[in-house]
Design a protein around this ligand. Structure first.
Ligand SMILES: Cc1cc2nc3c(=O)[nH]c(=O)nc-3n(C[C@H](O)[C@H](O)[C@H](O)COP(=O)(O)OP(=O)(O)OC[C@H]3O[C@@H](n4cnc5c(N)ncnc54)[C@H](O)[C@@H]3O)c2cc1C
Length: 392
């Protein structure tokens, strides 16, 4: 039986494990951390990954902790005038067959971890940091930092943007700072004026920055991401704590709803992420080793599709391993079918920076008047079904 070693127990690694175990492929996950965890922030799941999650039987669990937004809106930063809207709710389900969800990352990771453990209780190995691998004619040996080695037929690097497996396959391709930082906070919904309103995903667009707000935890928390152009990133850490006053200052003059979220934020817990990316590559596999998710194609979060791509990868890789005659052919089939789509997401996400950041409401209106984002995303993004798309 084929044995797959997965490095990384994030959204990508866990989804891959669940997809593979579901079809009877043997899996072991090696995660460096002492427990599986995610940051205290939200995540959006559009129809393209949600099809995979439904196929794993997770509909009920997702519904129990998520919000199904009524609309996805692009709004002007100070007036909240709506520039464009993508219909969500029942309209989205009718169009795509599955809902659009927004949820807390920790809740999502719990759902995925539970699913993997139900399929096989013993496959998640914590405190297991990968150092590198050695490939032989018929398999691969993974080396862990504590001296252990494990062998398998396939190794998947699902170890995120700083992937050691990627470094060994493609060499050092340093991630570079994009010029944007992202504040991420989540605040209790009661107490916010938007508490009583229909649940929407709002992308607030404006001068040199944008923000994203949506409800999570069944509507009990409001998630906020504030992206700010910031030229001089000099700190070593990608994630660092900053004074609340900086966050407040970054969004001076923005709509009262944004002020309300910032005012409700815990002053001692304001974290900022440096947003890094890499130029898309076209070869991330060897004969027995491949990459997925952020290890393969990290993307700016400006389409909310990074984890979605990892989930699509998991489904397509599983299908390729079932369909091809041998492992090298399977990894080739998988990669061939993921390169263009993931690169398109990376490139269009980066391009959204130019769409979202304009100095005046007039310039924003002009930029958005040239686009029909709902039609665009329906046509190629949400309509993609990783479970049935032809693998060529
Ligand atoms: C502000 C922001 C908002 C976002 N919003 C969305 C969104 O709404 N929707 C969406 O789809 N995407 C979103 N994304 C992107 C998404 O978070 C990532 O694309 C996704 O988490 C990548 O998952 P992954 O499993 O590939 O990697 P990761 O989540 O980085 O997981 C990698 C795992 O590997 C482990 N690991 C690393 N190195 C080793 C090692 N050497 N040995 C063993 N284990 C190791 C890590 O501990 C970690 O558990 C957002 C990103 C940001 C920054």
């Amino acid at each position: 039986m084929t044995k797959v070693l997965i490095v990384g127990g994030g959204i990508g690694g866990l989804t891959a494990a669940a997809c593979l175990l579901k079809v009877g492929i043997d899996v072991e996950i090696y995660e460096q951390a002492p427990e599986l965890s995610e940051v205290g922030a939200g995540i959006q799941m559009s129809a393209n990954p949600t099809r995979v999650l439904y196929d794993l039987g997770l509909a009920e669990e997702l519904d129990a902790v998520s919000v199904r937004p009524s609309a996805y809106r692009f709004v002007i930063y100070d007036s909240s005038d709506v520039l464009q809207e993508i219909q969500m709710g029942d309209t989205y389900v009718q169009r795509h067959g599955v809902p659009y969800y927004v949820l807390h990352r920790a809740d999502f990771l719990d759902i995925l971890e539970r699913k993997v453990r139900v399929l096989n209780a013993d496959v998640i190995h914590l405190n297991s940091m990968a150092e590198g691998f050695t490939e032989s004619g018929d398999g691969v040996e993974l080396r862990l930092s504590d001296g252990r080695t494990v062998t398998g037929d396939v190794l998947i690097g699902a170890d995120g943007i700083k992937s050691v497996i990627r470094s060994q396959i493609v060499g050092e391709t340093p991630a570079h700072y994009t010029g944007d930082v992202a504040w991420r906070v989540a605040v209790p919904m009661d107490g916010l004026p938007q508490n009583e309103e229909p649940h929407t995903v709002d992308i607030w667009v404006g001068p040199t920055r944008h923000a994203v707000s949506y409800p999570i935890r069944s509507g009990n928390l409001m998630n906020f991401v504030g992206v700010v152009e910031f030229d001089e990133w000099s700190e070593e850490s990608w994630i660092s704590k900053h004074p609340w006053e900086k966050l407040k200052n970054d969004f001076t003059g923005w709509h009262p709803k944004i002020q309300a979220i910032i005012d409700a934020t815990d002053h001692d817990n304001c974290f900022r992420w440096a947003l890094n990316d890499r130029t898309p590559i076209r070869n991330w596999s060897t004969r027995h080793v491949t990459l997925m998710g952020d290890a393969a194609h990290p993307t700016l979060p400006y389409m909310a599709q990074g984890a979605a791509m990892a989930i699509e990868d998991a489904a397509v890789l599983t299908r390729a391993l079932q369909a091809a005659d041998d492992i090298p052919a399977a990894l080739d089939l998988y990669q061939r079918n993921r390169i263009d789509r993931s690169a398109r997401v990376v490139n269009e996400s980066s391009a959204n920076r130019g769409l979202f950041h304009h100095d005046s409401p007039q310039a924003l209106r002009a930029a958005f008047s040239e686009r029909d984002i709902s039609a665009e995303r329906t046509a190629w993004l949400f309509s993609y079904d990783p479970l049935t798309v032809d693998l060529v």
